[in-house]
Ligand binder design. Structure first.
Ligand code: NAD
Length: 498
């Protein structure tokens, strides 16, 4: 049993609240550890620590700050296999997928190494007589990130990398389901040369989150998780004047046009729908073939692929996906399959009875495939977050475009087609934040920005890329005039450029 506390002021500290949560190993269904759940007082102590450390870090020149991240990249590479193994054991995803989780995080750290370039302000020489105007981007102070279970390496790095490169001190409140990797990342940042107190990991649940939201010294909160909590974070954090970004759940559609290469589309769909057991905010959960002929062709090719998915323990590198994160998640996803059957959708592949020999207590579910799903059904409207794909048949392109556009979530969407005109029209009109054209999971690369629309994103700046820098800094604009440019006499009229 691993005991996990917090990482505050550069040290592992045990929890003092007396509250803990079990940490499970989904592939065997065993409890493998215990994580402390912080009280508001413990959170406050961490914030005090961060607040004391931050001014010296902000005063460290940007390039030296970037060098710490550069060293961190090297250390994560050194420990890659051990980190991926730990991640897979706590989360349930396969080891190769866990490596991808770490890699997508590192790509944002690589971006953050170049952040000094984006911190440069603007300068206008001679804005008026003897007047120069310049701007600078300054860190906010102490900022926080609250992250979900499904990317325990990538999303923490998306948050703390840019924030720390910009000169802030950071409080990370990772998911209590898989806290092992976030704690290790904080250790590696310290080893890379980060001063104690600049990256703190405070484990916990709602009590810790509320303490972050109400803390007067925390200036900004980046949240990723389910939509109802994202909305709550947005409202409660904004009430205390914080800058908030809250990324929420999703229902990502993939449109398959009649002219699409059906084999490519099916390959894309199977990976994007069932990879990581569907526990990705950019997973495809709705396939929309356009026209009856495309629908029939899709179903014919898809059914055998879903039936032959290889489900295995997280350590089996040949498995397509592993178990779900908890027994509760497994039961919730199964109950959605029951709901779909009761709503009248046609269950073509039923994974509810799946058992893995030797791992009978693991949280496994076989791939499930529904056909003839309609927009009024709960299995269409709600996020299931499991290996369950729904096919909604659209009679034409117009109807296919309307589905994701009118859905309450707006994270990702994809269109598969050879028709450039249709692809362009779709990308321009669809009411969704991230669009893939013949790309099923259009997670933008690190130097672009990531963010969904509608109930998938609350707040107005995206994650990583230039928006990450904007979110974790504030702009100060200085107007300067030297005595040689000063006219005699007082001015009572507002200065203008006339
Ligand atoms: P979750 O909302 O249950 O938890 C997210 C975080 O909020 C965790 O740190 C958790 O401790 C905290 N939390 C949970 N309940 C809380 C409460 N009542 N009050 C305050 N804080 C609370 O989400 P999850 O199950 O960990 O992650 C899965 C969800 O995250 C899915 O909905 C998925 O789509 C979403 N997600 C979104 C993105 C994105 O970028 N849009 C990325 C990854 C995951």
């Amino acid at each position: 049993m691993r005991e996990m506390g917090h990482f505050i002021g550069g040290k592992h500290v045990p929890g003092t609240s007396g509250r803990h949560a079990d940490v499970w190993q989904p592939m065997t269904g065993e409890v493998v550890g215990r994580v402390a759940l912080a009280s508001a007082a413990e959170m406050r102590a961490a914030v005090e620590n961060a607040k004391a450390a931050q001014p010296a870090w902000a005063a460290t020149n940007p390039q030296r700050r970037a060098r710490v991240l550069m060293k961190f990249l090297e250390l994560v590479q050194r420990d890659y296999d051990a980190l991926a193994d730990l991640l897979a054991r706590e989360h349930g995803k396969t080891v190769p997928d866990a490596k991808g989780d770490i890699q997508r995080g590192l790509e944002v750290i690589e971006f953050a190494v170049g952040i000094p370039h984006l911190l440069k302000g603007e300068f206008t020489d001679g804005a008026g007589p003897g007047i120069d105007v310049y701007s600078m981007r300054q860190p906010l102070g102490v900022v926080a990130g609250i992250t979900p279970f499904n990317f325990p390496a990538m999303i923490p790095m998306w948050k703390f990398g840019p924030a720390i490169a910009c000169g802030n001190a950071f409080i990370l409140k990772p998911s209590e389901r898989d806290p092992g990797v976030p704690l290790k990342l904080a250790e590696l940042m310290l080893e890379a040369g980060l001063p104690p107190g600049i990256l703190n990991v405070v484990n916990g649940d709602k009590e810790a989150v509320d303490a972050i939201l109400d803390d007067p010294d925390i200036q900004a909160v980046g949240f990723v998780g389910s939509s109802s909590i994202a909305q709550y974070i947005y409202a409660r954090g904004a009430a205390t004047g914080k800058r908030i970004q809250g990324f929420g759940g999703a229902k990502n559609h993939m449109i398959i046009m009649p002219d699409a290469d059906m084999d490519q589309a099916v390959d894309a769909l199977i990976g994007a729908g069932y990879g990581s057991a569907g526990e990705r905010c950019m997973a495809i959960s709705v396939a929309v073939p356009v026209g009856e002929a495309a629908a029939e062709k899709l179903i014919e090719k898809l059914v055998p692929r879903v039936e032959s998915l290889k489900i295995g323990p997280s350590t089996d590198v040949t498995a397509d996906f592993g178990p779900l994160v908890t027994r509760e998640a497994l039961e919730r996803v199964k109950s959605y399959v029951d709901i779909g059957v009761n709503e009248g959708a046609k269950l073509l592949v039923d994974g509810r009875g799946f058992k893995l020999q030797g791992y009978e207590n693991g949280f496994y579910l076989g791939g499930c495939l529904f056909d003839h799903v309609t927009p009024d059904m709960r299995i269409y409207k709600e996020e299931i977050f499991g290996p369950v794909l729904s096919v909604v048949r659209a009679k034409d392109y117009k109807e296919a475009l309307r589905l994701p556009t009118e859905h309450e979530y707006g994270n990702g969407v994809a269109i598969f087609t050879r028709d450039g005109d249709a692809a362009r029209d779709f990308a321009s009109k669809v009411n969704v934040g991230m669009v893939g054209i013949n790309v099923p999971i259009p997670v933008p690369i690190a130097y672009h920005t990531f963010g969904g629309w509608k109930r998938s994103g609350f707040g107005d700046l995206n994650q990583h890329g230039p928006d990450g820098v904007r979110f974790y800094t504030k702009t100060k604009t200085v107007t300067s005039r030297w005595p040689s440019g000063v006219k005699d006499g007082a001015e009572f009229v507002i200065p203008t450029m006339n």
